[in-house]
Design a protein around this ligand. Structure first.
Ligand code: GLP
Length: 265
């Protein structure tokens, strides 16, 4: 058991490289993930280094960011040394649209901490169609130039997607334009006021981009994630469930609440 999990974790289990920590509540799982991020940020700052974080959106991430904001206000956690790269963005979508992940990140985290906006990166929802490939290559190059991702935060889609790497995504995939899966569009329908308003495409970091992070922290909460969490933790590695690729990474922690863990063997 790692130190970050010690006080609140109900149970932990190790399956093939994936450490799953099961917490008494979603908030405790989110707090544990926030502590992991904070430890990584502080560890780098103590050595005078920049910290490069891969960040995620979605409802699960909101509570994690609330904990980070609280730690910034109450514990002096500084983001002055932090550079961020988000997993994905809908395409096409204006950065000012309410559903845009750029707007989400500023409203939910960046506006409330001392990060330099120049150090914030998200894929663009407004790149011209014929410039998307170059934009994606630049995004990958920017991650590499920053020194690679120290920690990648992930949620999981009900279909097993990580970022917007939908079923069928290849292990070698890098940042690129992707087609959104029907389940993903259904889950986003509420945000967009109907499934027909959900963009058909997005730009997402690839599976290989995610797996290149030195540390991966995934948080999955609630009974609606139980079936896919079971497939991710207990199932074989398969492109049908892109989250199973995490078995190939040496340093993955999955933080769950009890409903999300309820179908684990
Ligand atoms: C979106 C994001 C994913 C995220 C997923 C889960 O699809 N692109 O990165 O993991 O939502 O969202 P939630 O936390 O709301 O269940």
């Amino acid at each position: 058991m790692t130190q970050t999990m010690e006080s609140v974790m109900v149970e932990d289990r190790q399956a093939d490289g994936i450490l799953a920590g099961i917490f008494a509540s979603g908030d405790e799982a989110q707090a544990a993930a926030a502590r992991r991020l904070a430890e990584t940020i502080r560890g780098k700052a103590e050595r005078g280094k920049k910290c490069v974080l891969g960040l995620a959106t979605g409802s699960t991430a909101v509570g994690i960011y609330q904990h980070l904001i609280r730690m910034h206000r109450e514990e002096g956690l500084s983001f002055a040394n932090v550079t961020t790269f988000n997993l994905d963005e809908y395409y096409p979508l204006e950065p000012t649209d309410v559903q845009s992940y750029r707007r989400f990140m500023f409203e939910r985290l960046f506006d409330h901490v001392d990060i330099d906006p120049a150090n914030v990166h998200l894929p663009s929802g407004t790149a011209a169609v014929d410039e998307v490939t170059a934009h994606c290559a630049e995004y990958e190059a920017a991650i590499a130039a920053a020194g690679g991702l120290d920690l990648q935060l992930l949620g999981i889609g009900r279909n097993g997607h990580i970022g917007f790497n939908e079923p069928g995504a290849e292990a070698s995939s890098r940042t690129r334009m992707v087609h959104l899966h029907p389940v993903t569009r259904e889950d986003a329908a509420g945000d967009f006021g109907g499934i027909n308003n959900v963009p058909a495409t997005a730009i997402s970091m690839g599976v290989a981009t995610i797996l290149s992070a030195r540390q991966i922290v995934m948080v999955a909460l609630g009974a609606k994630k139980a079936a896919i969490v079971r497939q991710m933790v207990d199932g074989p590695v398969t492109p049908d469930v892109p989250a199973t690729y995490l078995h190939r990474h040496p340093n993955v922690a999955v933080f769950l609440d009890e409903p999300a863990a309820s179908q684990l063997r």
